[in-house]
Design a binder for this molecule. Structure first.
Ligand code: NOJ
Length: 785
C-alpha cells in the first residue's frame, strides 16, 4: 500500500505539472513535482542523531520525557489558554519542549538560555509561530496565492518567510493549511488553497519545499506543519470547529491528497485538527493518525495537537476528565499537546498506572528530538540578534511580494464601455479617479488575517499608489462608508467625488481580521454594512465603475456582477497591495489569476464545488433560470429558486487579452486498465500524452493557466463530472501560439474504489484542455480491460 500511495501522489504531480518547451512561467519540469533548483525533501532522521536520541532517552526521567511533549503559548494568545505563565521555572525543570507565539530573537534567546544552560539535560526548545503568508514581508493570503496557480512562486514566498522568521529565532511555522474547503461560509477558507485536491497538493508541496529548503538544518530553514489533519475544511454549515462527516472514500479521494503531498515533501511536523470526523475527534483518531499517517505514509515527524484540542476532547464528549483526554489523544498518535497542559498534568501518572506504555512515550519523545536535531538546534540553539533586523523586508522580498500580489488578482468581469473596448485596463485618457470605499486607504486589512509581524506602516495603500501614479490632486478620495457602518453623508460625498471624476474605483469587502480566517464563519456572504448601498449609489451616477473586492472568500454579489462593468477579486494582497493593484489597473501587468474555488451565486448553493458527482437526475438542458414549468423540469436535481451553476466556475479568470484553444490531440485512443494498474506500481512514465495549441488572439502579452481535466464514466464508483489532472502557466505575446503538453500518469485515471483501493477500471474517458472547469476543447477515449 505504501509504495502505491507514495507513487500515486508523487507521480500524479510530477506528470501533470508538465512543462511546455518555452514558457516564462515558474512551472516544474516534466518529471519532478519539486520546482527546479530544489534538491528534494530534507531528511528527518539520520543514524548519528538517532544514536544521540538513544543516549538522551536513557538519561531522561519520565517527567523530562513528558516535558518534551508539552507546548505553551508565551505571547499573544491565539485562543483561550490555560492561564499558566510560570514558564521560566518549568523550562528549567525540563517540563516544556516547545513554545509558541513569541516572535523576536531577544525573547526566543531568553527562553532558550534557560533550556540550554539551566535545565539538567540542556535540550533546546522549539519555537513555533503562525507564519502563514509571510513573517515581516506579508504576501497575499493563502487563498490569493492559490489563485496564482503558481507553485514555484508560492515556494519562493515560503522561502522568504523562512528566512525572516528564522532570523527572529522561529524555526517552526504552523503552515501550510492544506484543508480542502468547498464552503465559503467557513472563514478559514481564506487560509487554504481552495477546493481542489490536485491544485492543493501541488501547493502543499511548494510550501513545504519553501519553508524547509534543501536542508532543514540550514539556519534559515524552518519546519513546516501541514494542518489541520483532517477534514476540518468540511465543517457542517461552514461553522468553525463544527462536526465533520466524510466517508473514507471521499476522505481518501479529496481531503487526504494535499496532506500526503506535504508529507512526501518531507514535512517535519503536522497538526491534528479540532473537528470530529465521523464522530471521532481528529485529535484522538487512531485511524487517521496512526493507521493512515504513520502506518500507510510512514510519517516520522511530530504530530502536534491544535491549540487546546486535547482539552477539547472533554467538550466533544469522549473524555470525562483530563487524564482520559490526555490518554485518548496520546494513544491515538498526538505527540505534543499544544496549550492544554493535560500531558503535563497526567501523562507521567498514566505511564505509572500502566495505562500508557512508556515505550510509546519514548517514541513520541524521539520524534520531537528528531525534529530538534534535524533543525540543528542542538548545535545552534541561539539566534544572532544583530542579524535580525537586516533580514526583514529585503528589496528582493518586497519585489516578490509585488509580483505575488499581481499574480493573485482575478479579473472576474470586464465589460465593454459604450463606443469603446473593455473598461480595464484604464486608458491613458483617464486623468482623474474617484477612489471610494473603506478599503481604499486601508493598510492593516491588506495584510490579511494572519499578518505575523507584518506592519501597516510598511505598506503603501491603494490611495497612496494611485496618488503617485496620477498626482494626488487627481485622486478624489471619499471613504463612502466603514466596513460595517456608514452614514448617508459619507455616501453623498462619494457620489459627489464620482461625479467629478472620469472613473470611480471602489475598494469594498470584508474586514480581514474580524471577518476572515479562524472563528469568522459567516451565514451571509454579501457586502457587509452599507457597502452595497454605497455601490448602488455610485453606479447610479452613470460613471464607469471598477469594483475591487477584498475578501477572504467568494462573496455573493449578484447585483454587482450584473451592474458593475469591471470587477476584480483581490483577496488581501499583502504588503505590496497598492503598487500591485495600480500596475494591474493601468495595464502595466496583465491579470492572470484564476479562481482556486467555485464562486457561488448565493449562500444557499453552498457547499458548491466543480468536482461534484452527476447525480441520477442531472438537469441536462433544463432552463434553470426560471422555476420549473412541468414535471420534466421539476423532478431533477435543482433548486426551484436558483440556478445550479456558480457565478464563476473553478479555474475561471479573465485577462486583458484573449486565448484560443485548438488542436487537441492524444497520442493514444485507447488505454488498458490492466496496463494502467501495472503502471501505478511500476515505472514513472506517462500513460497518455495530451497536447493542444494555445494562441494569444488579442493585442497584449498575457499569461494563461491551461488546465487539463478528465471525467470517467462506467466505473464501479461514480466519479466527478470533471477532475483536474494537470495545469501549467504559459506566457504568450500577441499573436503567438504555443503547444502545451500534458504527459498524464496512470493516476489521472485512477480513483478510490468501494473497498478503498486506488485502482484504474475500464471506463469511457472525456478529457478537456480548458481555460476553466466549465469549458474547453475535449476528446473522448476508452479504457478497456
Ligand atoms: C489554532 C488554529 O486552528 C491553528 O491553525 C493555529 O496554528 C493554532 N491556533 C496556533 O496559533
Amino acid at each position: 500500500m505504501k509504495s502505491l500511495l507514495h507513487r500515486s501522489a508523487v507521480l500524479a504531480l510530477a506528470l501533470a505539472l508538465a512543462s511546455t518547451t518555452s514558457t516564462t512561467s515558474a512551472q516544474t519540469s516534466a518529471h519532478s513535482p519539486i520546482p527546479s533548483g530544489n534538491p528534494g525533501p530534507a531528511s528527518l532522521s539520520n543514524p548519528d542523531s538517532e544514536k544521540k536520541i538513544d543516549e538522551l532517552l536513557r538519561k531522561m526521567t519520565l517527567e523530562e520525557k513528558v516535558g518534551q511533549l508539552v507546548q505553551y503559548s508565551a505571547g499573544q494568545p491565539t485562543g483561550p489558554g490555560t492561564g499558566r505563565t510560570d514558564y521560566a521555572d518549568m523550562i528549567q525543570k525540563g517540563e516544556i519542549g516547545a513554545i509558541l507565539n513569541i516572535a523576536t530573537a531577544r525573547e526566543v534567546n531568553a527562553f532558550q538560555k534557560i533550556a540550554v544552560e539551566k535545565s539538567r539535560l540542556h535540550i533546546p526548545l522549539l519555537f513555533g509561530l503562525d507564519v502563514i503568508h509571510g513573517f515581516k514581508t506579508e504576501f497575499p493570503i493563502p487563498l490569493g496565492l492559490a489563485a496564482s496557480w503558481d507553485p514555484a512562486l508560492i515556494q519562493q514566498t515560503a522561502r522568504v518567510a523562512a528566512r525572516e522568521s528564522s532570523a527572529s529565532g522561529i524555526r517552526w511555522t504552523f503552515s501550510p493549511m492544506v484543508d480542502i474547503s468547498r464552503d465559503a461560509r467557513w472563514g478559514r477558507i481564506a487560509e487554504g488553497a481552495g477546493e481542489d485536491p490536485f491544485l492543493g497538493s501541488a501547493i502543499a508541496h511548494a510550501y513545504v519545499a519553501g519553508y524547509q529548503g534543501s536542508r532543514l538544518d540550514a539556519p534559515d530553514s524552518i519546519a513546516a506543519c501541514p494542518k489541520h489533519f483532517v477534514g476540518y475544511g468540511a465543517v457542517e454549515g461552514g461553522r468553525d470547529y463544527n462536526s465533520v462527516e466524510i466517508s473514507e472514500h471521499t476522505l481518501r479521494q479529496f481531503y487526504l491528497p494535499p496532506f500526503r503531498a506535504a508529507v512526501d515533501a518531507g514535512a517535519a511536523t503536522l497538526m491534528s485538527s479540532f473537528n470530529s470526523l465521523n464522530g471521532v475527534p481528529s485529535s484522538a483518531n487512531p485511524f487517521t493518525l496512526d493507521h493512515i499517517l504513520r502506518g500507510e505514509w510512514h510519517f516520522q515527524g511530530i504530530v502536534d495537537s491544535d491549540y487546546t484540542a486535547v482539552m477539547e476532547l472533554m467538550a466533544h464528549g469522549i473524555a470525562n476528565d483530563g487524564a482520559t483526554a490526555a490518554r485518548r489523544a496520546f494513544l491515538a498518535g498526538v505527540d505534543m499537546d499544544m496549550v492544554s497542559s493535560l500531558y503535563h498534568d497526567h501523562l507521567a501518572q498514566l505511564v505509572r498506572s500502566g495505562e500508557v506504555p512508556e515505550a510509546r512515550v519514548d517514541e513520541s519523545v524521539r520524534r520531537v528530538l528528531r525534529v530538534k536535531f534535524a533543525l540543528g538546534l542542538f548545535e545552534r540553539p541561539y539566534t544572532d540578534e544583530s542579524h535580525e533586523a537586516g533580514a526583514m523586508l529585503q528589496p528582493e522580498s518586497i519585489a516578490l511580494a509585488r509580483t505575488a500580489a499581481e499574480r493573485t488578482l482575478v479579473l472576474l468581469k470586464n465589460a465593454d464601455m459604450p463606443g469603446q473596448g473593455p473598461l480595464l485596463p484604464l486608458s491613458s485618457s483617464v486623468k482623474s479617479v474617484a477612489l471610494i470605499g473603506p478599503l481604499a486607504d486601508d493598510a492593516a486589512d491588506m495584510l490579511g488575517s494572519w499578518a505575523a509581524q507584518g506592519r501597516p506602516l510598511d505598506e503603501i495603500t491603494l490611495r497612496g499608489s494611485l496618488a503617485r501614479r496620477l498626482g494626488s490632486e487627481n485622486v478624489r478620495y471619499a471613504k463612502g462608508s466603514g466596513i460595517l457602518d456608514g452614514t448617508d453623508e459619507q455616501i453623498a460625498e462619494a457620489v459627489k467625488a464620482t461625479q467629478q471624476a472620469d472613473v470611480a474605483i471602489l475598494a469594498l469587502g470584508e474586514n480581514a481580521a474580524e471577518m476572515t480566517g479562524e472563528a469568522a464563519s459567516r451565514a451571509f456572504l454579501g457586502l457587509p454594512g452599507h457597502q452595497q448601498l454605497l455601490l448602488e449609489k455610485v453606479v447610479a451616477t452613470g460613471k464607469p465603475v471598477v469594483l475591487l473586492l477584498f475578501s477572504g472568500r467568494p462573496l455573493t454579489l449578484p447585483w454587482a456582477f450584473e451592474h458593475v462593468p469591471a470587477v476584480m477579486a483581490c483577496w488581501f494582497p499583502g504588503v505590496q497591495a497598492g503598487p500591485a493593484l495600480v500596475r494591474v489597473l493601468f495595464g502595466d501587468v496583465n491579470p492572470s489569476g484564476k479562481l482556486p474555488l467555485t464562486w457561488p451565486r448565493s449562500v444557499g448553493q453552498e457547499p458548491l464545488y466543480y468536482n461534484a458527482l452527476n447525480t441520477g437526475r442531472p438537469p441536462g438542458d433544463v432552463d434553470l433560470t426560471r422555476p420549473p414549468q412541468n414535471i420534466f423540469e421539476k423532478y431533477v436535481s435543482r433548486y426551484i429558486d436558483q440556478q445550479n451553476s456558480p457565478q464563476f466556475p473553478f479555474g475561471f479568470g479573465l485577462s486583458y487579452t484573449t486565448f484560443r484553444y485548438a488542436n487537441l490531440s492524444l497520442d493514444k485512443s485507447k488505454l488498458s486498465a490492466k496496463d494502467l494498474n501495472d503502471l501505478l506500481h511500476g515505472a514513472t512514465k506517462p500513460a497518455l500524452t495530451v497536447t493542444a495549441e494555445i494562441t494569444n488572439t488579442g493585442s497584449r502579452s498575457g499569461e494563461e493557466t491551461v488546465q487539463c481535466y478528465v471525467r470517467l464514466q462506467g466505473t464501479s464508483v461514480a466519479q466527478p463530472v470533471r477532475a483536474l489532472v494537470g495545469f501549467q502557466r504559459i506566457a504568450l505575446a500577441p499573436g503567438e501560439s504555443k503547444k502545451v503538453t500534458f504527459p498524464l500518469g496512470p493516476e489521472a485515471f485512477a480513483f478510490w474504489d468501494a473497498l478503498n483501493k486506488f485502482v484504474v477500471e475500464p471506463a469511457k474517458v472525456t478529457l478537456w484542455i480548458a481555460p476553466d472547469s466549465s469549458q474547453g476543447i475535449r476528446q473522448e477515449l476508452e479504457i478497456t480491460k
